[in-house]
Design a protein around this ligand. Structure first.
Ligand SMILES: Nc1ncnc2c1ncn2[C@@H]1O[C@H](COP(=O)(O)OP(=O)(O)OP(=O)(O)O)[C@@H](O)[C@H]1O
Length: 263
């Protein structure tokens, strides 16, 4: 078995002394997509944020280890963490525009992020980005490159954020509800981009979502969190076909018809 891209080993996470995630243990191999589901406040985002040391001042991992490609990330210095973030571990959020700078074009933001992590000139970054835009079916890639985030739809901003991730080719993408704010059409395009990222670059993806339909479409494994505890974890096809926990059945009951039409 290959080394895990990321492995949580008996992890507890607290905010201001209150434990909100308990004994989390799971791992992802290269190219695997893990769907993380559970009701609001169950600890899904906290799990993602802990991998990037983004818990904020009141938050801390108080027990266990998080291993990234064999390195104990909780023991990394700030510089060590900064080297990992972006180049090897990237994150996308529900509101892509909010994570982009409002007063700079998509193109200049892609160039800046690429300059921080890639040995590539601006012209080459532009060429590769426009090539990816074209391959991913953007109808007018040049316009997107020259646009400010507010000039684009939420779906287009999310897709552009994922193209930046594709340039960086990280080993791990943390995706926090990347499709929740989008209409059905944009949702499909973003899911297709996640699959493209995984298939082309072998990126493993931790995907937080409320939507079991999204899980059924792209996830290889599913992790169900309730009140900070993992209550079910296994191959998506098994968990979706015969959930062991009543709570998972309830989540599934909210989806009228599940389709795994891409796999
Ligand atoms: N910065 C913070 N400070 C204090 N408590 C926090 C902080 N962030 C999250 N929490 C608490 O931690 C628990 C888990 O929150 P988290 O955001 O991880 O849940 P979630 O499953 O991602 O919810 P949602 O689906 O609504 O985004 C909640 O009780 C929440 O109130």
């Amino acid at each position: 078995m290959k080394e895990a891209v990321i492995a949580y080993d008996n992890v507890d996470i607290c905010y201001d002394g209150r434990t909100v995630v308990r004994q989390a243990t799971f791992s992802l191999q290269p190219g695997e997509i893990l769907g993380i589901v559970g009701e609001s406040g169950s600890g899904k985002s906290t799990l993602l944020q802990s991998a990037m040391n983004l818990l904020g001042p009141g938050g801390a991992v108080t027990q266990g280890h998080i291993w990234f490609q064999g390195q104990d990330i909780l023991a990394l210095s700030d510089e060590g963490m900064q080297r990992l973030c972006g180049a090897q571990m990237a994150m996308v959020f529900q509101d892509a525009a909010a994570s982009l700078c409002p007063v700079r074009t998509i193109g200049s933001q892609i160039c800046e992020a690429a300059a921080a992590h890639l040995d590539m000139g601006k012209e080459e970054v532009r060429r590769q980005t426009l090539e990816l835009f074209a391959r991913l079916g953007f109808s007018d890639g040049r316009r997107v490159w020259e646009s400010y985030p507010f000039e684009l739809s939420g779906g287009m901003n999310q897709r552009a954020a994922l193209v930046l991730v594709m340039l960086l080719k990280p080993a791990l993408l943390l995706a926090d509800e990347p499709t929740s704010a989008l209409d059905v059409c944009a949702q499909k395009q973003v899911l297709d981009e996640l699959l493209y990222l995984r298939d082309q670059y072998g990126t493993a993806i931790m995907l937080v979502t409320h939507d079991m339909g999204v899980v059924s479409r792209v996830a290889d494994y599913v992790l169900v969190v309730k009140d900070g505890q993992i209550i079910e974890y296994g191959p998506a096809k098994d968990v979706l076909a015969s959930p062991a926990q009543a709570y998972t059945k309830e989540l599934l009951a909210a989806v009228p018809k599940l389709r795994r039409d891409r796999r």
